[in-house]
Design a protein around this ligand. Structure first.
Ligand code: PLP
Length: 322
């Protein structure tokens, strides 16, 4: 509860509900909206699997849309074309630590609830408002690879909606209220108190860590922009750089060359969601921006503890091979 209160204060929201993981945050938020078989939920096709996986697990259909070239977030025009009579929610993703264009998305969504997938964006801001307070609800992951990471799995749902918060709190404990009286079928979605205690300690350091990530990003921008496509940090957003993702031709060869020089990189994500075998039916070529990103995106080391000589080595190696 102390961690939940700290998150409310930090994010400027009425409710912060600690849960067992990032995917469980998304799952329980969609369950609280009553989403199930016959429903559709619109998600960007360029994201981590969980964004769409939770929709399918509820028996609903994920409907994919392409992302934008500038912020890698959901494209509002594509969203407009994808909305249909069965659409029950829209889930934009704040990819790599920069918020999606949620005002444009909300305008198109109208009365359809917008649920932020803020798993990579704790501390990010959009037009001076914190990620987590930009939609009907927001879902965070504290998986260790996130910019605010636990020692294992943990997650959080935030909302300003009292009724939705009450439903989520109930679903978190098997739908019981009081204990052993089950009104709905929930699950064990509780946040482990040891993870919460650790996160409370780490939360106090997050601003310093974010500052370090942004300094690394500024260094890379300056060092690399002449040779590769560096990420666009948009003026109306505060990017927290959970990932620093450049775009390079012959990405896999560049990646291997960097590895040979001791630079570990990652590819987020090599296969868009509409082309995953479990969502069979997606045709190649339908979502050109996502498919291009899957081919040429490369994430460089940007963790807070990265030293000056290390980041210079990364930049030098990339300039030599890109
Ligand atoms: C990490 C992440 C999640 C949650 O997944 P975990 O299993 O907690 O790692 C959901 N959506 C996105 C976009 C993520 O990056």
């Amino acid at each position: 509860e102390a961690f939940e209160r700290a998150c409310c204060e930090r994010l400027g929201v009425r409710h912060a509900i600690g849960v067992s993981s990032g995917p469980d945050a998304l799952l329980v938020a969609l369950m609280a909206l009553g989403i199930g078989p016959g429903d559709e939920v619109i998600v960007p096709t360029y994201s981590f699997f969980a964004t769409a996986g939770v929709v399918a697990r509820l028996g609903a259909a994920p409907v994919f849309v392409d992302v934008r070239e500038d912020d890698f977030g959901m494209d509002a025009a594509a969203l407009a074309a994808a909305i249909g009579p069965r659409t029950r929610a829209v889930v934009p993703v704040h990819l790599f630590g920069q918020c999606a264009d949620v005002d444009a998305i909300a305008r198109v969504a109208g009365d359809i609830p917008v649920i932020e997938d803020a798993a990579q964006a704790f501390g990010a801001r959009y037009r001076e408002r914190a990620a987590g307070g930009l939609g009907a609800a927001a879902c965070f992951s504290f998986f260790p690879a996130k910019n605010l990471g636990a020692l294992g799995d943990a997650g959080l749902v935030t909302t300003d909606d009292d009724a939705l918060a009450a439903k989520i709190r109930r679903l978190r404990v098997h739908g019981a209220e009081p204990k052993y009286h089950h009104h709905v079928v929930g699950g064990n979605f509780r946040l482990d108190p040891l993870q919460a205690a650790l996160l409370s300690v780490k939360l106090a350091h997050l601003d310093a860590w974010t500052h370090a990530r942004r300094a690394h990003a500024a260094f890379y921008d300056e060092a690399l922009a002449s040779r590769v496509t560096t990420p666009r940090a948009l003026e109306d957003r505060f990017h927290v750089y959970n990932q620093y993702v450049v775009r390079v031709r012959s990405r896999d060869a560049v990646r291997a060359a960097l590895a040979a020089e001791g630079v570990e990189t990652m590819v987020y994500y090599p296969r868009p969601l509409h082309l995953q075998p479990c969502f069979a039916g997606g045709a190649q070529g339908r979502f050109p921006v996502a498919e291009a990103l899957a081919r040429d995106s490369l994430a460089l080391p940007v963790f807070p503890e990265l030293r000056r000589e290390e980041r210079a080595h990364v930049a030098g190696a990339l300039l030599a091979h890109a």
